[in-house]
Design a protein around this ligand. Structure first.
Ligand SMILES: [Zn+2]
Length: 850
């Protein structure tokens, strides 16, 4: 187990490693219970580092033998690694260790999944493979030899010699150990080729378990599109002769960008129309792009230390968002990203787990793979691009790649590139990296003699460890509309830098209606007392697709909050305005599908809390149900018309057009089911020839309580497909009524196919319950208790997934006395578990500390 007394690591303590690693030769003699790893590493003193003790990280390793320059040495070992006396000059370190991949359930380091060997080394998994300076600023060239009976043996870089029982690989690009990968097993490949812009012929493969080879074509197309896009948009070319992707069933994350050998959670790469939903296809396309883009932003230029994680993740998430916007619909992608920010990042930024995009301390780095580092990190880059403009952004990126190729860089390096390329001073902008919390921006208006003035005030509430905040640079995209609906001032970027700041617009003939924070131009909460009429006006006339959608969302939030807190009836003016949008066939179906959506119940709870109410999950659920029923009845004429528009006659394709239509169809079916009791859903379920339609129908049947037969039929049809069965497990809870969901989850944990050691299956059931707002917050605390039981159980096996899922308790202080006490008790029960992992311990402590 991990160290019982966790230590905090600080950014300010950074010291370079005392040696450079000139090359690494690794030999793996694979055996499930006793794999031998032989390392030959040339070290030379690092002239830029202060003098220090020679320390190599190492965890759960049995040291067999160590030698320096051929002479046996006896290092001093601890739970974290070893120290050893070494010569003053360069030397050769040789070391043999034994590890047991079959016993590695944490899925970090070298482990086994369905008889196949695979690795996950980010962030600190390599130290479970051999003794090494396991830190991202130590980069080296790796040569790897794998010995074993497995027919396929892969590692990073280009293939070398192969023969009976062995394969060799050489990666010419220096890399940190977290990008090391090894895969060995009985695998089959889906091959293809790609010729780069300078004529390099690259062999591409997606490796899967036999039987899955029919599910690789889409992922392969996505890979080729990504390679082409990165050349066209960023001028980045692939740099090896081969690129391999491997699908693994047991994986904590979505995927991992190891140099030349990306390892994917099989749910993020395998796809077929019969077994994958449109959402799966879109996610696969985005994740393949994301991992591929890391080859330049992450691998060629890596992070100096883990505090700089956002350097590679923020930028790569931003790049994959650009890619998706280019491949599909830019407004739809922007709205989805804003939903993600509000749904996941804002709660994090406003609670006990709040931390800056670049944290300044941590106990367990695995706990910082967060929405703040990834999604807010990407938003920060989006703001930078808005501020400097597209041309200067491109210039800065070229300079970044030129100047830092081969480096382990920092946020300071990143910002310096922008300063040098544009002449801008980014000192204040840098606060986005150091200040946690979501800025709140309020605005007042003034109108006199043709001059319209907007005055903005920004405040960022305190977050743990940061009581006082300084003003940030907020790019505020604004447009102005005339009362007749015409746009009189097109989108203009205002740069707010002060705590309070005014902007004037002259020469207007009438008092305009402002459209603020267009395109979600900054990750802030806009606090503006707009009237319902004004929002309805923007819903009808705004030229900015994001704000048009947002106007409807805001009206939806006001409507639901009035229903919850005052017992009001639904706002028919909003619904009529929305109906006009939904009837507008000039609008993309995907966009209209998003317009049809209502704010999530978790978001309503957050807004209620912000406004000083104690959110009541049952009341929120009831209001959402009442509104849905009301909409279904009010739109009884509209629904069949939309259903007809959403019908796809052509054979299934996951392209943007068809996906949009099916999304619209799903919104319609959910309402239709409230009118016909599930007749249309049953018909769709019976005739569906693709997973999107089948699962949408099943969801509606579960919600209608007419699911027994359909669930049995679905299970019968798909029991041998683990990824589809994850959906079956998850849906029964996600779509269940709140009063039965926890019992369903409990029953499903006793199902023969509930393999709790598999992160995907565990998340489907327990994560499904945690994501169901009303069910998770059932007043008797049954869900809290069930989740705590399972997290306590999982912690011994898989600390990473346990810690991540424990974060669902982060909003506990928001709720009423009773729920607070129950959640606190659940957290305390987890905290009291003997031998609690460092990962979970840190998360629970932070959540209890408020
Ligand atoms: Zn990434």
């Amino acid at each position: 187990m991990k160290d019982a007394s966790p230590q905090t690591v600080y950014l300010s303590d950074y010291t370079p490693f005392g040696w450079q690693v000139q090359d690494v030769h690794l030999t793996f003699r694979l055996a499930p219970e006793a794999t031998r790893v032989l390392a030959r590493i040339h070290f030379a003193p690092n002239p830029d580092a202060p003098k220090q003790e020679f320390f190599l990280h190492g965890e759960d390793l049995t040291l067999i033998h160590a030698a320096i320059d051929g002479r046996t040495v006896s290092p001093v070992q601890s739970a974290e690694g070893l120290t050893c006396t070494v010569p003053d000059g360069p030397f050769l370190w040789e070391c043999e260790v034994e590890i047991a991949p079959a016993k590695n359930t944490a899925l970090e380091g070298l482990y086994m999944s369905n008889g196949m060997y695979c690795t996950q080394c980010e962030a600190e998994g390599f130290r479970k493979i051999t003794f090494y300076p396991d830190r991202p600023d130590v980069m080296s060239v790796f040569t790897v030899r794998i010995e074993g009976e497995e027919p396929v043996k892969l590692s990073n870089g280009n293939p070398g010699k192969t023969g009976e029982g062995f394969a060799e690989w050489h990666d010419p690009w220096p890399k940190p150990a977290y990008l090391f990968a090894l895969v060995a097993g009985d695998l089959v490949n889906h091959p293809d080729r790609f010729t780069t812009m300078n004529g390099r012929d690259v062999e591409l493969n997606i490796w899967v378990r036999p039987g899955d080879e029919g599910k690789c074509a889409f992922g392969m197309e996505a890979l080729k599109k990504s390679m082409k896009w990165d050349e066209d948009v960023y001028g980045r070319e692939y740099d090896l002769d081969i690129f391999n992707i491997v699908a693994v069933d047991d994986f904590n994350m979505g995927a991992m960008e190891n140099k030349g050998l990306n390892v994917f959670n099989s749910s993020c790469v395998l796809a077929s129309p019969e077994t994958s939903t449109d959402a799966n296809f879109e996610r696969i396309e985005a994740i393949i792009a994301h991992e591929y883009f890391h080859n330049w932003t992450g691998n060629r230029i890596t992070c100096r230390d883990w505090f700089q994680l956002c350097l590679k993740e923020g930028l790569t998430v931003f790049r994959d968002a650009q890619f998706t916007a280019d491949m599909r619909s830019a407004p739809v992608k922007r709205i989805e990203d804003a939903q993600m920010m509000r749904g996941r990042q804002f709660p994090e930024d406003q609670g006990p787990l709040a931390h800056p995009v670049r944290p300044e301390s941590f106990q367990e780095i695995n706990n910082f793979y967060t929405a703040t580092v990834y999604e807010k990190g990407a938003e920060v880059i989006g703001m930078l691009k808005r501020l400097v403009g597209d041309e200067d952004y491109a210039k800065a990126l070229d300079l970044y790649f030129d100047r830092h190729d081969g480096d382990a860089a920092t946020i300071e390096d990143w910002l310096k590139v922008f300063e040098d390329a544009t002449g801008r001073d980014l000192t204040q902008f840098k606060r986005w990296y150091s200040q946690a919390g979501t800025p709140r921006v309020s605005v007042t208006e003034d109108w006199a003699d043709g001059t319209y003035t907007l005055t903005f005030r920004q405040v960022t509430p305190p977050t743990p460890g940061q009581p006082d905040k300084a003003p940030q640079v907020i790019p505020m995209a604004v447009g102005l509309l005339n009362p007749n609906g015409d746009e009189v001032v097109p989108t203009t970027l205002l740069e707010i830098t002060e705590a309070e700041q005014s902007f004037r617009f002259d020469g207007l003939s009438a008092r305009p209606v402002p459209s603020l924070l267009r395109d979600f131009s900054a990750p802030v909460v806009m606090e503006r007392e707009a009237s319902a009429e004004e929002r309805a006006f923007l819903l009808a006339h705004d030229t900015d697709p994001f704000n048009r959608w947002d106007a409807s969302q805001m009206l939806g939030i006001e409507c639901l909050i009035a229903m919850i807190t005052e017992g009001a009836t639904p706002d028919t003016a909003w619904l009529d305005g929305l109906e006009r949008v939904l009837r507008d066939t000039d609008l993309d179906p995907a966009y209209r599908a998003l317009m049809m959506g209502t704010p999530s119940q978790a978001e309503l709870a957050r807004v209620l809390h912000e406004r000083g109410h104690t959110p009541d999950p049952e009341a929120i659920w009831n209001a959402a149900e009442t509104l849905a029923q009301f909409r279904a009845e009010r739109w009884a004429d509209l629904l069949p018309r939309l259903a007809a528009e959403a019908t796809v006659e052509a054979p299934y394709s996951p392209d943007a057009e068809q996906v949009g239509k099916r999304a619209l169809g799903a919104g319609v079916l959910a309402l239709q089911t409230r009118l016909d009791g599930g007749k249309a859903a049953q018909a769709q379920f019976d005739s569906a020839d693709n997973m999107t339609l089948q699962l949408t129908a099943l969801g509606s049947l579960v919600r209608a309580g007419r699911d027994a037969e359909a669930l049995a039929a679905f299970e019968e049809q798909w029991q041998d497909d683990r990824l589809v069965m994850d959906k079956w497990f998850g849906l029964q809870i996600g779509a269940a009524a709140p009063d039965v969901a926890v019992e369903r989850a409990q029953a499903l944990t006793r199902h023969a196919a509930f393999d709790w050691k598999n992160p995907n299956r565990f998340r489907a059931v327990l994560g499904g319950l945690a994501m169901h707002h009303a069910a998770f917050h059932r007043a008797d605390g049954a869900s809290y208790a069930l989740l705590a039981d399972w997290l306590i159980r999982l912690d011994d096996l898989n600390p990473q997934t346990t810690a991540r899922m424990a974060a669902v308790f982060q909003t506990w202080t928001r709720y009423d006395e009773g729920r607070r006490a129950l959640m606190r008790a659940a957290l305390e029960r987890i905290a009291a578990k003997p031998k609690l992992s460092r990962d979970t311990g840190e998360m629970v402590t932070r959540m209890l500390a408020q």
